[in-house]
Design a protein around this ligand. Structure first.
Ligand code: G6P
Length: 609
């Protein structure tokens, strides 16, 4: 999704802005641009496509200057092209924006009736025009921005410069993230810490409705009513190494292989000799969990799949009812909230617009409390939740989520155990489940060793147009996640079904051209799944079965392949079986030559609705 970088410094800022944009590429975008104040004049370069294409344009005709703004755009209003790319200029103002202005059409007609001509189809240009008008009427840039943001409906993070006020950048946020990078004799704005870590590790996370003014030697922040406010400076622990690709061909591959460490970090110091520690939330969560009579889990995309796995665990081990729902649906319907229900938001980024809005909506629906399961400590979701359970995946750059998912499962595993203990699960089973969870990093490491065999399997899929994924029980959401990974990065159409649903429709699709990928559990449902696979085989479909090492699968893959995996036990098997699904999607995408880390049309952090 759109990324913002801005700087005011004594040195030339264009190289810093371009480096910042490159660090934001992971968010997904389709055009890029920057504007710099050069000797009292706004100079701008914009280009459709990658940051490096915009960079070569800039290098062909560079414009040094100490104040500038830059942007990667993920198209919402208007196609991805140069004219719609940011920054937008109106009068003496240049502006970049992340978000969606919902009342832009009426604002645009008002401006047109006053004679303003627009060059783009974007909602953003309306903001630039309004600020430009206020500036022309004699307001300062700070006052112009502050007054305009009050008239906007929707979500925004913006950075604005004016050739009338060199050396100054004004920023504002509502519903989209923006932070200040505090330097020495220079200051910055960025969409996230990754964009700024190359220039400073001192960050201020702006609050909703904040307006900020940065100059080289000062940062001033104003709250919703224009009052000066103080915000804490955080020392970011992010290292530039954490956002480097290292020896790996793609970030996605690096992140798949980081999973044993990321899961181990997520579990570290959270399990003691007698089980899960009460302070996994940073504070003692016993009181809230003790009162919990049910859970509503809300999330989007991959995080939603993690929630679906957790439903199986929590209902089975803690005997508590769990509803899991995508945030975009939940926020607009009147969900019934029984007494004692805990609201759980799962989000890697903590900035997903629908998840955040659902969490805010939940406040008026009478929940027991809110718990955020998240990877970014300073994110909006974490800041607004009552309890937080942090995954410790480190920065995830590949758009297709991998280590975020398995660390979410590790965190949800801790939650399930914690709830199970409150609900009196018997000691032997509790001890078995705890031991399984502790062995998860090792089991994932073992699953990663299957990469060479998965490369061979990937060859089978590269010329296919479609694929079906099947699973049962807690492996059903894993099949969903496998299908999502494949479609996201290889652009092969993939659907997941609970295997028992096969004969209720999708079986009609099965023929020699339809590969069927099955995640086989090793438990009471295995025989049922085997029957479902026979149904596929009888129709000539090609089977690709991921089976638990101990499971007997004989006779089921006459036309197909079986890959054996040590699932590590019924509890953690979904997390372990996810790994070959990720590797399969990754290698199919590599063989098909797609842009693995930044697949077309997708964004990493979806900060608009
Ligand atoms: C986007 C990403 C997905 C992610 C989803 C939810 O669609 O491309 O990978 O699962 O957003 O993101 P979140 O940060 O809330 O987990």
């Amino acid at each position: 999704m759109c990324g913002i970088v801005a700087a005011t410094a004594q040195r030339d800022v264009a190289p810093l802005l371009i480096a910042g944009l490159k660090a934001l590429e992971y968010r997904g975008y389709d055009s890029a641009g920057l504007a710099v104040l050069q000797e009292g004049e706004i100079r701008r370069v914009r280009e459709k496509g990658k940051v490096r294409e915009m960079e070569s344009q800039y290098l062909a005709d560079p414009f040094p200057g100490g104040t500038g703004i830059a942007h990667t755009r993920w198209a919402t209003h208007g196609v991805p092209n140069k004219v719609n790319a940011h920054p937008h200029i109106a009068g003496h103002v240049a502006l970049v924006h992340n978000g969606i202005i919902e009342n832009y059409a009426s604002l645009r007609s008002e401006l047109e009736s006053r004679g303003h001509a627009f060059t783009s189809e974007t909602d953003t240009e309306v903001m630039a025009a309004l600020i430009g008008e206020r500036l022309a009427s004699g307001k300062s840039l700070l006052d112009a921005v502050s007054s305009v943001v009050h008239e906007l409906e929707g979500a925004y993070a913006i950075a604005v410069i004016s050739d009338k006020e060199p050396g100054r950048v004004i920023g504002a946020r509502r519903g989209a993230p923006l932070l200040v990078g505090v330097g020495i004799g220079e200051n910055f704005l960025g969409s996230d810490a990754q964009a700024l870590i190359q220039v400073t590790n001192r960050m201020i996370y702006l609050e909703e409705h904040d307006v900020v003014e940065i100059t080289r030697d000062r940062v001033r922040i104003f709250g919703q009513h224009g009052e000066a406010v103080e915000r804490t400076i955080h020392e970011s622990e992010l290292s530039t190494d954490a956002v480097e690709r290292g020896e790996y061909r793609h970030y996605m591959q690096k992140e798949i292989f980081e999973q044993p460490r990321a899961v181990a970090d997520t579990l570290e110091a959270r399990i003691g000799p007698h089980g899960v520690l009460p302070n996994i939330f940073g504070v003692n969560g016993d009181e809230l969990l003790g009162k919990t009579k049910g859970l509503h889990i809300i999330a989007c995309g991959t995080s939603y799949h993690a929630g679906l796995v957790a439903k199986y665990w929590i209902e089975d081990y803690a005997r508590l009812p769990v509803n899991v729902e995508v945030a975009s649906e939940y926020r607009y319907r009147e969900a019934v909230v029984p007494d004692g229900t805990l609201f759980v938001a799962i989000s890697q980024s903590g900035e997903t617009a629908d998840t955040l809005a659902a969490m805010r909506e939940s406040r008026r629906r009478g929940y027991l409390g809110t718990l955020a399961i998240c990877n970014v400590p300073e994110s909006s979701v974490v800041r607004e939740a009552d309890l937080k359970l942090m995954t410790r995946a480190g920065p995830e750059i590949g758009v297709a989520s991998t280590k975020a998912f398995t660390t979410q499962l590790a965190a949800l595993g801790l939650l399930a155990l914690q709830l199970a203990r409150h609900r009196g699960l018997d000691d032997a089973r509790y001890a078995d489940l705890t031991a399984q969870l502790q062995s998860l990093p090792k089991k994932i490491e073992k699953a990663l060793e299957l990469e060479p065999q998965i490369v061979d399997l990937a060859e089978h899929l590269i010329h296919r147009q479609h694929a079906l994924f099947l699973g049962r029980g807690a492996q059903y959401p894993v099949a969903m996640e496998g299908a999502l990974k494949l479609k996201e990065i290889s652009y092969i159409h993939a659907e997941a079904y609970a295997a028992g649903e096969l004969k209720h429709g999708p079986l009609a699709l099965v023929d020699e051209d339809m590969p069927v990928i099955a995640v086989a559990p090793n438990g009471p449902l295995l025989d049922k799944l085997k029957s479902n696979l026979q149904e596929v085989r009888a129709r000539g479909g090609e089977l690709l079965v991921f089976a638990d090492g101990a499971a007997s699968m004989d006779g089921n893959a006459a036309r197909g392949s079986i890959l054996r995996i040590d699932g590590g036990g019924d509890f953690i098997a979904p997390a372990v079986f996810t790994v070959p699904m990720q590797l399969l999607a990754y290698h199919v995408a590599v063989l098909r030559g797609t842009d693995v880390d930044q697949p077309r049309n997708l964004a990493k952090s979806v900060t608009v609705e």
